[in-house]
Every structure is written in structure tokens, then in C-alpha cells.
Design a protein around this ligand. Structure first.
Ligand code: AMP
Length: 218
């Protein structure tokens, strides 16, 4: 299945995409994770995108188009993907259509997770993540066993530079102006399923599977 998982920053896309990946047996492709990894490596792409990512602005569509074309053409995505964080603009919707058409494929479903803004700001400002293995914690709702240490690999947890209040506001503003129209476009195409992002992780996961029209693993 070729699936897009949308929603505002901090709504829980990363957590849910990891579960959907296991359920569908396809890779989780997070453009944010790819950009952060290239920034950590200090690669040419990482150097180009650093300022955008750290200030909460969108990386130019042209760069994102090249990145997504290369990633979706890889062997592991041949049976499908859960795309998280792309497309974020109407231009990226057209780019994705073009990439999939060239691969002889099309989208099966677009899921959008929703949550009130106050909840999102709360989640993002308490979020701490592991720079090594990508595990995500929350100071209140999912604290690590030892303060500041990743349960999974023992590395020191960090707060993403774009999870500070000022940048969170900018990311939400960008989401409202640039990405909400993307959901509208997919609604018009009959691909969109809206899913309430409030509640227990497993409960939200079950709603997403229902939104896919599947309750059995691949
Ligand atoms: P995320 O982890 O999905 O919240 O993405 C973190 C940051 O990466 C965003 O605030 C953008 O600066 C950048 N980014 C990720 N995906 C995209 C995209 N599809 N288009 C433009 N910028 C992106």
C-alpha cells in the first residue's frame, strides 16, 4: 500500500507511522528524519537545509522533490511506503503524483491526524528525542526511565532546535497556510480519511487502520 500520513507537527505522526510500517510491512519514509540525518552527517544536503529546518520554514520544493524521487525509487519501497511529512505544499502534491506516475504507481490512501493547537504546543514543547536511534519521549506523558537518557540505546536525549516555542508557532503557521490546502486537494480526490489524534497510542492506531480500510496485517 502507498500511504501518506499527514497532520500538524507534534500530532503523533512519527509514532503512528512506525506502527503502520510494521502493520503494512512497508518502510516509513519521514522527510524530517531524512533531513535531520543529513544535517547530523554534515552532508551537502544537510548544509543546504539546516537554516530552514532550524527556523521552522519549509525546505524549497525543488530540493524536496529530488529527495523524494530518489527515496521512493529505492528497492525497499517497491511494495509500498508510509510517507510522513511529505507532501507539505500543493506543489509537492504535483511532484509526488509525477514521481509515482514514473514508477507506474499511485496513492492508495491519505490519512490525516488531527488535534487541537493547545495540545500540539504542549506535546512539542515537552518532546525529547534520541539523536542516535530516533526514539521519542515526553517529559510528562512518556518520560524516559532515567531522566535525559534514551531507554532504547542509552544516549543523551535532546530537544530538537525546532521544538522551542517560537519555532513551534512558526511551524504551525506554515502548516495552516501551506499544508492544510494539501488535505483539501486529497479530499477532493476522494483519498482522505480524517482520524482523531487524541487518545491512547493503540487506540489512535486502530482508528488509522480503520481509515485504511484494513484491520489485518499485510
Ligand atoms: P518534521 O520532522 O516532519 O516536523 O520536519 C521538520 C522540518 O523539516 C520541517 O519544519 C521543515 O523545515 C523540514 N521538512 C520536512 N519535510 C518537508 C517537506 N516535505 N517540505 C519542506 N520542508 C520539509
Amino acid at each position: 500500500m502507498n500511504v501518506v500520513l499527514m497532520g500538524p507537527p507534534g500530532v503523533g505522526k512519527g509514532t503512528q507511522a512506525a506502527a503502520l510500517k510494521a502493520f503494512l510491512g512497508v518502510p516509513h519514509v519521514s522527510t524530517g528524519d531524512i533531513l535531520r540525518a543529513s544535517m547530523n552527517e554534515g552532508s551537502p544536503l544537510g548544509k543546504k537545509v539546516k537554516e530552514y529546518v532550524e527556523s521552522g520554514r519549509l525546505v524549497p520544493d525543488e530540493l524536496m522533490g529530488d529527495l523524494i524521487a530518489e527515496r521512493l525509487a529505492r528497492h525497499d519501497a517497491a511494495r509500498g511506503f508510509v510517507l510522513d511529512g511529505f507532501p507539505r505544499t500543493l506543489e509537492q502534491v504535483a511532484i509526488l503524483d509525477g514521481v509515482l506516475e514514473r514508477l507506474g504507481r499511485s496513492l492508495d490512501r491519505v490519512l490525516i491526524l488531527t488535534a487541537p493547537e493547545a495540545e500540539i504546543v504542549h506535546r512539542l514543547s515537552g518532546r525529547r528525542s534520541c539523536p542516535k536511534c530516533g526514539s521519542v519521549f515526553h517529559l510528562e506523558s512518556r518520560p524516559p526511565k532515567a531522566a535525559g537518557i534514551c531507554d532504547n540505546c542509552g544516549s543523551a536525549l535532546v530537544q530538537r532546535k525546532d521544538d522551542t516555542e517560537e519555532v513551534i508557532r512558526e511551524r504551525l503557521r506554515v502548516y495552516a497556510s501551506q499544508t492544510v490546502p494539501v488535505a483539501g486537494a486529497y479530499r477532493t480526490k476522494g483519498l482522505l480519511a480524517e482520524v482523531d489524534g487524541l487518545g491512547e497510542v493503540a487506540e489512535i492506531g486502530a482508528r488509522l487502520k480503520a481509515g485504511l480500510g484494513r484491520t489485518q496485517p499485510a
